[in-house]
Design a protein around this ligand. Structure first.
Ligand code: URA
Length: 233
């Protein structure tokens, strides 16, 4: 049970003070009757707003096909962000909708967004080892033995002590490969190839765990059940 004004505010409908105006205007009902008390405790299931049930009251989880050119940041100074692709109301939710890890501005592909902080924590924790598959094109031919180096679990990135966890590299063209990582270090794919003397030219994340982008064009997203990765914490 939550305060009615808090429910509306947290789901991004309006501020808590505006909630009173919405009620006076008859836009909110509880159990079929017009709501009068903005402080009353309600279950989301009994609330209607303009006749509609509340929007994803138990949390939002989305799979976005991130295009290149957008950043995964809420700081407007960093440029246009992936959040600009979402409906206005979702951008006003509290907790805020945030990405599960980040993709670089020039990386495209599968990106999860959620307003469930515990889920972000769970999915980015190295303990959970969620496999993520990246398709990279690079500026020179990929040596066949690079797969062994990445798989060995001994590759150290510049400035880091701890070696990268074993990663699977599948070379699919002279300068193109699929790389499966279970970690999410800063610029990890680009830095792994840099450690081997190559620059990444294009980078696309094909999948995140069992989720891939089938049916989603760049900029498109689809909502997922919040228990996609198991019961909420
Ligand atoms: N590794 C990178 O280098 N960049 C990304 O965006 C994701 C993984």
């Amino acid at each position: 049970m939550r305060r009615l004004d808090q429910l509306l505010a947290n789901l991004g409908y309006c501020s808590r003070s505006e909630a009173r105006d919405w009620m006076r205007a008859g836009r909110v009902t509880v159990g079929g009757a017009p709501a009068r008390d903005s402080g009353q405790r309600v279950a989301a299931g009994e609330v209607r707003i303009d006749g509609e049930p509340p929007d994803h009251p138990d949390g939002l989880l989305l799979l976005l096909h991130k295009p290149t050119g957008l950043v995964c940041s809420h700081d407007e100074r960093e440029g246009p962000s992936v959040y600009s692709l979402l409906p206005e109301r979702w951008r006003r939710r509290n907790p805020v909708v945030t990405s599960v890890g980040r993709l670089d501005k020039e990386t495209s592909g599968a990106l999860l967004l959620t307003d469930l902080p515990a889920l972000v924590h769970r999915l980015t924790s190295p303990r959970h080892k969620v496999p993520k598959v990246y398709r990279a094109t690079v500026d020179r031919d990929i040596p066949a033995d690079l797969a062994d180096l990445f798989a060995a679990g001994s590759l150290r990135l510049e400035g880091e002590e701890k070696p990268c966890a074993p990663a699977e590299l599948r070379i699919i063209g002279p300068r193109e490969a699929l790389l499966t990582l279970t970690e999410g270090r800063y610029h990890q794919v680009r830095r792994m190839f840099a450690a081997a003397g190559s620059s990444v030219l294009t980078l696309h994340r094909e999948s995140f765990g069992v989720l891939d982008l089938a049916g989603l064009g760049p900029r498109d997203w689809r909502t997922l059940p919040v228990d996609t990765f198991g019961p909420p914490d």
